[in-house]
Design a protein around this ligand. Structure first.
Ligand code: SER
Length: 887
């Protein structure tokens, strides 16, 4: 028997040997496509290569692409378990030509592989072509020698393949396998075509056109080829079975669920085992690609699939959560081809188990409610929508789970009633919100969120993406479009732009279209905590609601933000290590050029504290350990030792960031709850430097720090400063600190000496001990007046005291001039204070110096003025005042 793994390998090798580059499967989440929920065909990752927007990886390529059809336009969920060929997850094998070869070679390759390499019996094969495609008809005829009736012309869209309403498209040709007349059904185009005898195994699309809104609007740059073969179908053919669920992979998965539940896949239980096997694949692959269960968007589709499977596990009587225990079997079947499954296994198991434990808490009660509500109903009955809504709202039953649960009994669900109950609940939430006092001008965001749902953030995994514009806001109101020069806010259904939150600044970048839009995103905000709003200006072209646009964040800026954000986590851990567990984060601001981190601590950090924290963080950076993210409930996360920010609101589930070296019990250096964007490994932070430590408020300190290139540039600038100092001192940078210290000491000594010299001078020449300057006699009063440049004003009083002693009876005045300004003081010996006031005399001098006032006592007063050049005038003013008083 040829295993599914062998078939995949053989397909890729066949095309590899004819110059097709083997391209790994793209992730299931199509960040590059706004219209798709999940990748649902092999060509999706190559869409832009076909239209010429991107350069293809090679002129020819081949891949085995993971696909999910659930939730979006193609939704196979309802049928899975009950048919032979419906899956939520499947693999599509394909070969692609980007303007290289076209119909003839595509047909030749397909025929050669199927009949020569794989040895399928040509008798069992037949093909279809688009009814007007004579060329394909003739090529098939020539290559296969088929009779005309085995090359069937089909006039419908079945043979004209389009990716969606917009994108590349073209006529196609499908290859069918005849499973034999023991199965009912007819060839395509016949009245019995819906039977299951003839099964399409390969679709060759002759990509030629592009369409918009389902209308062909032009030719592709070059005719191209896109083919898709469902591996599950071809495995059934090659393994001689009719039903995909009887192929090796599914048999192994169903076998595992049989043995874990102890229930055989027989009778009514068959569908449950099939649902479990299929849903195990889609949920595990979605989890491996980063989708996590939530109540909206892709996350909700995942949750619906999970819960559907979990109900079937319950139906089989599984006492304990089942799904996570099947993951090892899936990994052993498919892990070699898809290493992301192996890498993601712990996370997949953990999330599946947690979700199942959680759902089991309400599942029983919900099923009882459902039984009661339908007890009197027979086949053809309808469950009221309100009951379905209650099951959804209170017991976590996705709508389609309720439908599935009633399917076997032929009971329908009132969808309209369900929708109405849902709308009513939303209206109530809105009323409650209005009453909560949040800013009324935020109402526009509420309208948008209600209509378009939350913005899906794709930026943990990607820095670019495509999206649909769901709203444009200008001056607080919604508008339909915006033209060149307008400043508006653009909202899209998904975005790689991080909206400012949790201290992390919003992303900047551009939004553009091939039609000429250039929108510069200055920043991204996050109103209501769930809309990402791109704020900026239309630089060129125009944009309208409904447009498909490309989004591209400034990735280098984001890298700097990541490094800074991850560094806050390391610094938090280092501060706790060094200062103690009382340290908790009190706030942070992470931008692209620096970050700050506020934390509780009662006193300033010492130089040593700072040095140790810096060294510890840098050691973690150099250890370059991978950063891992896991999703947990807030309680589990805290129990696992994650640091939670006091006062932050967390939803159902939180991201837990583990970073740095492993310590006791395998716990990472830093474990924190965080929704921000982070480096892949700590080494990406590069370098860490604290540039300031200060107080924010009582008991709260703030560190400002730099990482990476900014830290390096800061250190280089410091180094240059030290070199400049060293060069001015004519020494080496290493010697500079001692030299500076020596210079400072020397300066102190010189200042002291200078002061002494000036004092000595004032006292009468060179400190020789001679008498002071000759006293004047003004009307019988001895007067001593001096101007001393550079005299420290503090010296005025002691000098005047000495003058008084020397004079015995008299009046002294000194003007000290420094930097052009003057300090002025007068002293009057006690015997004269009844006649002269030092205060009056100083005021006269100060006035001459261009100043005002002056104060002190009658025997000693001081003042000052701005104009030191008038020092002599000040003395003259005192002389005059003396003479006046004396007269
Ligand atoms: N795109 C085509 C399909 O999905 C062929 O790959 O069927």
């Amino acid at each position: 028997m040829t295993s599914t793994n062998d078939i995949r390998r053989s397909f890729l090798d066949y095309f590899g040997s004819s110059d097709h580059a083997e391209v790994a499967s793209a992730p299931l989440v199509p960040f590059s496509d706004p219209t798709l929920m999940f990748v649902n065909a092999g060509m999706v990752p190559f869409k832009n290569a076909f239209t010429g927007l991107e350069t293809p990886p090679a002129p020819r390529a081949t891949s085995s692409q993971k696909c999910v059809r659930a939730g979006g336009k193609h939704n196979d969920l309802d049928n899975v378990g009950y048919t032979a060929r419906h899956h939520t997850f499947f693999e599509m094998l394909g070969n692609f030509s980007f303007g290289d070869y076209f119909k003839e070679q595509a047909i030749d390759h397909a025929w050669t592989l199927l009949t020569k390499e794989w040895g399928l019996d040509p008798e069992r094969l037949l093909v279809t072509v688009y009814h007007t495609d004579d060329e394909a008809f003739d090529l098939w005829k020539k290559r296969t020698g088929f009779a005309d009736e085995k090359i069937i012309r089909i006039p419908t869209k079945d043979n004209f393949w389009a990716m969606g309403s917009d994108g590349p498209c073209g006529p196609c040709s499908e290859i069918f396998y005849d499973h034999g007349d023991h199965i009912w059904g007819g060839p395509p185009g016949s009245p019995e075509e819906d039977g299951d005898r003839f099964v399409e195994i390969w679709n060759l699309v002759f990509m030629q056109f592009t369409q918009e809104n389902d209308e062909i609007v032009g030719d592709l740059p070059k005719p191209s080829i896109d083919t898709g073969m469902g591996i599950e179908r071809v495995a059934a053919v090659m393994q001689g079975v009719h039903d995909n669920y009887d192929t090796d992979t599914f048999k192994a998965l169903i076998g595992a669920s049989e043995s874990l539940t102890g229930v055989k896949a027989e009778g009514d239980n068959t569908a449950s085992h099939r649902v479990i096997a299929d849903h195990l694949r889609s949920t595990s692959f979605l989890l491996a690609d980063g989708v996590l269960p939530s109540n909206e968007g892709r996350g909700y589709v995942l949750r619906r699939i999970m819960r559907r499977a979990m109900r079937h596990a319950h139906l089989l009587g599984a006492k304990d959560p089942l799904m996570h225990r099947l993951v090892p079997e899936l990994v052993s079947e498919m892990g070699a081809a898809y290493p992301e499954l192996v890498r993601g296994q712990p996370l997949i198991q953990e999330v599946l188990e947690r979700e199942e434990v959680q759902f089991r808490r309400t599942l029983d009660k919900g099923l009882r409610l459902l039984d009661d509500a339908t007890a009197d109903m027979g086949e053809g009955g309808t469950l009221p929508g309100e009951t379905a809504f209650k099951l959804y709202d209170t017991y976590g039953f996705p709508y389609d789970l309720t439908e599935d649960a009633l399917r076997g009994r032929g009971i329908a669900v009132d969808k309209e009633g369900f929708d109405a109950a849902m709308a009513e609940q939303k209206a109530k939430a809105r009323e409650a919100w209005k009453g909560s006092g949040e800013a009324a001008n935020e109402e526009v965001w509420f309208d948008i969120a209600e209509r378009a749902g939350s913005t899906e953030f794709t930026g943990y995994a990607s820095t670019t993406g495509e999206a649909e514009v769901v709203a444009i806001v200008k001056d607080g109101a919604e508008v339909a479009s915006a033209a060149e020069g307008e400043e508006v806010i653009i909202l899209t259904n998904q975005t790689p732009f991080y909206g400012e939150s949790g201290g992390q600044t919003g992303d900047a970048g551009r939004i553009w279209t091939p039609e000429g839009l250039e929108f510069a995103v200055e920043t991204t905000n996050k109103p209501l905590g769930r809309l990402h709003t791109h704020v900026g200006k239309v630089g060129k072209g125009s944009v309208a609601v409904g447009d498909a646009v490309h989004l591209e964040i400034d990735a280098e800026r984001r890298d700097r933000i990541r490094a800074n954000h991850s560094a806050t986590h390391l610094v938090h851990a280092a501060l706790r290590d060094r200062l103690g567990d009382h340290v908790t984060q009190k706030g942070s601001l992470v931008s692209d050029d620096r970050f700050r981190f506020d934390f509780s601590h009662p006193k300033p950090m010492t130089e040593d504290d700072i040095a140790v924290v810096e060294a510890e963080v840098n050691a973690e950076i150099r250890a370059n350990e991978q950063v891992s993210t896991r999703l947990m409930t807030p309680d589990d996360a805290v129990a696992a030792g994650a640091l939670a920010l006091f006062g932050e609101k967390y939803g159902d589930e939180v991201r837990v960031l583990s970073m740095g070296s492993k310590g006791e019990g395998g716990r990472n250096y830093s474990v924190e709850l965080c929704g921000g964007t982070h480096v892949k490994a700590t080494g990406d932070i590069g370098l860490f430097k604290i540039v300031s430590e200060s107080a924010v408020s009582s008991g709260v300190r703030r560190i400002e720090a730099l990482t990476g290139e900014a830290a390096r540039a800061w250190l280089v600038a410091r180094d240059e400063a030290v070199r400049a100092i060293a060069s001015a001192l004519k020494t080496s940078p290493d010697e500079a600190p001692q030299r500076v210290a020596a210079l400072v000491d020397e300066r102190k000594r010189l200042e002291k000496e200078l002061a002494e010299a000036k004092r000595a001078l004032a006292l009468g020449g060179g400190g020789s001990g001679d008498a002071g300057p000759a006293d004047e006699d003004i009307g019988g009063i001895a007067f001593s007046g001096q101007v001393i440049d550079g005299l420290n004003p503090k010296e005025l009083r002691p000098l005047l005291d000495e003058a008084k002693t020397r004079m015995g009876s008299g009046i002294a005045a000194i003007c000290a001039v420094n930097d052009g300004k003057a300090a002025f003081a007068c002293a009057v010996t006690d015997d004269l204070t009844h006649r002269f006031s030092a205060v009056e005399l100083v005021r006269a001098g100060v006035e001459a110096l261009g100043g005002k006032g002056g104060g002190g006592r009658a025997d000693m007063a001081q003042g000052g003025g701005p104009d030191g050049s008038k020092a002599q005038d000040a003395l003259a003013a005192v002389r005059e005042a003396l003479a006046r008083e004396n007269a």
